[in-house]
Design a protein around this ligand. Structure first.
Ligand SMILES: NC(=O)c1ccc[n+]([C@@H]2O[C@H](COP(=O)([O-])OP(=O)(O)OC[C@H]3O[C@@H](n4cnc5c(N)ncnc54)[C@H](O)[C@@H]3O)[C@@H](O)[C@H]2O)c1
Ligand SMILES: C[C@@H](O)[C@H](N)C(=O)O
Length: 351
């Protein structure tokens, strides 16, 4: 049996659209799921993952789904009348290098299951790709959409596979498959899941907690980046763009590029005395193979992509979002220390 709706991503009308989001509890899903629910109604977005959180359970429908389990994925799709799959379940670059066998299984089989079921049941698919599809012999500056793709990480290899397979299903089966090659995504809600660009989130927590950060990339490792607010806007813009406006299945998208040293300087302007030092590890070697900047002119031309946050706005947004939790923690710590001191005083006086 097919659900047979022939859904297209460009038609997000609340009455016909039902999203299944895989890997929904990760850095991007934790914000994309509420964002989509605000657009199409909470019951029309089924979140799924192999882990969960209180906010995910309270926010709307949630199902356990290991993307390697094709039968369970099929059951969820058919029982819920799913029309669109947003496929986020992936092992990122650093965790992928630590466990390549698992990354191959989750990333390759997960993507194959999504695409096969989508073709069979006439669903649409949005599945992000990444700058990790590029490699050491790709042009590093203003990297175009179509260029050399010989990645050095298992993550990058699985994402090239995803891009090619998505294109294949679009060509051979008319599948509405859409993808953005995200740069590093910077956000304040969920922690990043183990990538090379994670430093650009960790640094804000360290600045507020300790006023100092030891970076696992070198100071001059320039990479393309984007704030989550821009990531959500770009994602929804591509998902809802009219199909006839699109000239490709996978688009480069970026907002800005910076090095760890430049980010640290911008943070120090807002957190006086903030200091950074560098202890590069294997992730620095990965970063050296990725683009420093991206040409996203096709996205800007075809579906009107425009980013909103530059470096200073991004830094201000992250610090404003995170500061209350660190101020609360500091106040609680001070209150606990004062209470402990008070308890000790009568003992000291009696002695
Ligand atoms: N965050 C970024 O900076 C970034 C950049 C480029 C591309 N992307 C892409 O965006 C997508 C989402 O990335 P993210 O940053 O949210 O990743 P993440 O690591 O934060 O989240 C991935 C989620 O997948 C889940 N997962 C792992 N194995 C699973 C399995 N077998 N079945 C089901 N779920 C499983 C994890 O529990 C986790 O919640 C990925 O396709 C990634 O390649 C992310
Ligand atoms: C860039 C991206 O795909 C992810 N943030 C990683 O570093 O692995």
């Amino acid at each position: 049996m097919c659900t047979g709706r022939g859904a297209i991503l460009g038609d997000p009308s609340p009455s016909t659209t039902k999203y299944l989001v895989t890997g929904a509890c990760g850095q991007i899903g934790a914000e994309l799921v509420p964002f989509l629910r605000a657009k199409v109604g909470k019951d029309n977005v089924i979140a799924s993952d192999v882990k969960t959180s209180r906010s995910m359970l309270e926010g709307g429908p949630f199902a356990y789904l290991d993307v390697q389990d094709r039968d369970n994925m099929a059951r969820l799709i058919l029982e819920n009348g799913v029309t669109h799959v947003v496929h986020l379940a992936t092992l990122l670059s650093a965790v992928g290098e630590r466990n390549p066998a698992l990354a191959l299984k989750v990333n390759i089989h997960g993507c194959q299951n999504v695409l096969e079921l989508a073709a069979q049941h006439h669903l649409s698919v949005y599945a992000p790709s990444t700058i990790a599809v590029f490699g050491a012999n790709t042009p590093r500056h203003a990297t175009p959409d179509d260029t050399i793709m010989r990645p050095s990480t298992i993550y990058g290899i699985t994402k090239v596979h995803q891009e090619l397979l998505g294109q294949y299903y679009a060509d051979r089966h008319g599948l509405d498959y859409r993808s953005i090659r995200y740069p590093g995504i910077i956000s304040s809600k969920a922690a990043p899941g183990g990538g090379t660009t994670d430093y650009a989130v960790e640094i804000f927590h360290a600045a507020l907690a300790r006023g100092a950060y030891t970076c696992f990339l070198s100071g001059d490792a320039e990479l393309p980046m984007m704030h989550m607010a821009d990531c959500l806007d770009a994602t929804y813009a591509l998902m809802t763009a009219p199909r006839e406006a699109l000239t490709r299945t996978t688009y480069n998208v970026t907002a800005l590029s910076f090095t760890p040293a430049q980010l640290a300087e911008a943070i120090a302007r807002a957190v006086p005395g903030f200091a950074i030092d560098y202890r590069p590890d294997f992730r620095d070697d990965i970063a050296r193979t990725w683009p420093a900047s991206i040409d996203d002119s096709a996205a800007r031309r075809d579906w009107g992509w425009r980013h909103r946050l530059g470096l200073d706005e991004l830094v201000a947004s992250m610090l404003n979002a995170l500061r209350p939790q660190y101020e609360k923690a500091a106040a609680e710590k001070a209150a606990a220390a004062a209470a402990a001191k008070q308890q000790q005083q009568p003992v000291a006086a009696a002695a």
